[in-house]
Design a protein around this ligand. Structure first.
Ligand SMILES: [Zn+2]
Length: 302
């Protein structure tokens, strides 16, 4: 995995454009460039991807600040991009499903969702335990796999196939139907029964000044912000994994939740049944039925 920082800048003259190009060369960065000039008005947009270390980013942000003083030396002015390599995918025993397809109808919210306070300091909420998702189950006719509040909900037919597959580490919880028409199909939420050990994040991430000083990160629950480490696990802690697993850690989004990591056997099951027609890497453009998977990485030093 190669960790890059992604920085955007817009400049408004050919002279400044050349200066950006010089900075790109200086840091051996790669960049996407768009000429947005209209008539006499020069307008050049760059997205610069530079190999990440706190020192390199600090220096690069400072150089770019001379061209655009809006760019400051803080975490708010760049993002991380994890560029996974082929070997990361082939060696990974578990994957996070970043996307189940590039189609809005695949991602829905449960109705009547009850939330409770997760952190009293930042007031982040989590879903109350033991709730069933409430959805229009007929949506599963068109899309037999849905992401409902960060969990997978599948059609009855697919649930049957999953049941017969011998995969481990889950319960199927029937969803409650609430829609204009009677439910023509049943839906089931896949609820992992296995919780993984805490991650084994390398010290370079734990000590990273930009990650630790993000303006919207809560000092108590440590959630919030847009910079975070990829998934790292100690191999010792991966001996007891199942096909469906919850992470020990919570992640923040519209509410905090444990992420679900699945085995390759799960991916293969859905793929064999033609519910996935392709698997793409993170940040590659995906189609309607393309799954985007993120592998986990190994670290023993924790
Ligand atoms: Zn908090």
């Amino acid at each position: 995995m190669i960790l890059n920082a992604v920085i955007s800048i817009i400049v408004y003259s050919k002279r400044e454009k050349q200066q950006v190009e010089d900075i790109i060369l200086k840091y051996e960065a790669i960049a996407e460039f768009e000429d947005l000039s209209v008539g006499e008005r020069e307008h050049f947009a760059y997205t610069i991807k530079v190999g990440y270390s706190p020192e390199v980013v600090q220096s690069c942000l400072s150089d770019l600040n001379k061209l655009d003083n809006h760019i400051q030396d803080t975490a708010d002015y760049f993002g991380f991009s994890f560029d996974y390599e082929e070997k990361d995918y082939t060696s990974s025993p578990l994957f996070f499903i970043q996307s189940i397809g590039n189609k809005a109808g695949l991602y829905i919210k449960s109705q009547k969702l009850k939330l409770e306070v997760f952190c009293h300091h930042c007031n982040r909420k989590k879903i109350e335990d033991g709730q069933k998702p409430v959805i229009d189950a007929n949506k599963l006719i068109k899309n037999p796999i849905l992401y409902v509040d960060h969990s997978l909900v599948i059609s009855e037919i697919l649930a049957e196939k999953l049941h017969n597959s011998g995969l481990s580490g889950y319960d199927l919880v029937e969803v409650e139907h609430n829609g204009k028409k009677e439910a023509a199909v049943k839906g089931y939420q896949i609820r992992p029964t296995n919780k993984l050990a805490p991650q084994c994040i390398p010290y370079k991430y734990l000590d990273d000044p930009y990650i630790n000083n993000q303006s919207n990160r809560c000092p108590i629950c440590k959630l919030g912000g847009h910079l975070f480490a990829p998934y790292y696990y100690n191999p010792e802690d991966l001996k007891e994994i199942k096909d469906f697993n919850y992470t020990y850690e919570y992640k923040d989004y519209n509410f905090v939740h444990r992420k679900i990591l699945i085995s390759k056997r799960v991916v293969d099951l859905f793929k064999d049944q033609n519910y996935i027609n392709n698997i793409v890497k993170r940040f590659e453009p995906g189609g309607d039925k393309h799954w985007v998977l993120e592998p986990i990485l190994i670290n023993s030093d924790c």
